[in-house]
Design a protein around this ligand. Structure first.
Ligand code: ZN
Length: 277
């Protein structure tokens, strides 16, 4: 449990950053891509409670955010066309079964499009790409993936076995990237145009391999918003954590924490601040 001192410091930091943020208008015409992993009741940083998730999706509607499908993003980037004000895109990484149980009904109720990045080698198995040896945790199976796809959730590729891509030789790199795309396309009968780097790890060679495979965009774990004209294979995203209350969520959408998250990533090396991606 978080200590009172830590909670107080967090509140002071949030209010200070929020006040500073109001002095600098949010970058106009940008897009905020939020990312989740699990939606369930387990107390884990990357597992958002279903009630909190429902509240966040409701806030997007009541606060006037425009939720865009990722498939609409590339066109804006290529044409350097500003995104509509308060644009947001919703993404999920890895493909946990709780996304079908706890996120799909909420997305359907609110009418929000979303994208789910699948590590295809785990779909329908008893193994998980990131978290191991956890009882009761399962990846999605293909019938659940199909149901989510029919329900308006775009499927993106997240490799086959969720490796750290920069360390792979060329042939394995290509197999992981192209193989996941082809498997989803074969199963769903529709094109897959978005990719997400496992654990946020990529370099110029990986980026090129993703572009060569025919993807239109790729998501990273670099914090911040996406501006028109940004590189399509380096899309920034904002991590939503279990501890985030409604105000934290709105602050994250407004970019209040971006500089802090960027600094934390720099201090921690190139790795993502999220425990699982
Ligand atoms: Zn992942």
């Amino acid at each position: 449990m978080r200590s009172r001192v830590e909670t107080s410091l967090r509140v002071v930091a949030r209010e200070t950053l929020g006040a500073l943020r109001r002095l600098v208008p949010a970058e106009r015409g940008s897009l905020r891509i939020v990312y989740y992993h699990r939606i369930d009741d387990e107390r884990h940083r990357s597992c958002v409670a279903p009630t909190a998730f429902a509240e966040q999706m409701r806030l997007l509607r009541t606060e006037g955010y425009r939720v865009l499908p990722l498939s609409a993003v590339r066109e804006h980037l290529s044409a350097r066309r500003p995104f509509p004000e308060r644009s947001v895109a919703i993404t999920f990484d890895d493909g946990f079964a709780d996304n079908h149980r706890n996120a799909l009904p909420v997305l359907a109720r609110e009418g929000h499009p979303a994208t789910l990045f699948l590590a295809t080698g785990y779909v329908g198995t008893d193994e998980l790409p990131v978290i191991r040896d956890r009882r009761g945790l399962r990846p999605l199976d293909w019938s659940q993936v199909e149901e989510m796809s029919r329900g308006g959730v775009e499927m993106g590729a997240h490799t086959i076995s969720h490796p750290e891509l920069p360390g792979l030789p060329d042939d394995a790199l290509r197999r992981e990237i192209v193989g996941s795309k082809e498997e989803i396309e074969h199963r769903l009968g529709r094109p897959v145009s978005s990719f997400c780097y496992p654990r946020g790890r990529f370099d110029a060679r990986v980026e090129r391999a993703v572009a060569d495979a025919g993807f239109a965009i790729a998501c990273t774990t670099l914090p911040g918003a996406v501006s028109p004209g940004d590189a399509p294979f380096r899309l920034r995203r904002t991590f939503v954590a279990r501890d985030d209350g409604p105000r934290d969520f709105l602050h994250k959408l407004a970019g209040t924490w971006d500089a802090l998250h960027a600094a934390r990533q720099r201090w921690g090396g190139a790795r993502t601040p999220a425990p699982a991606c």
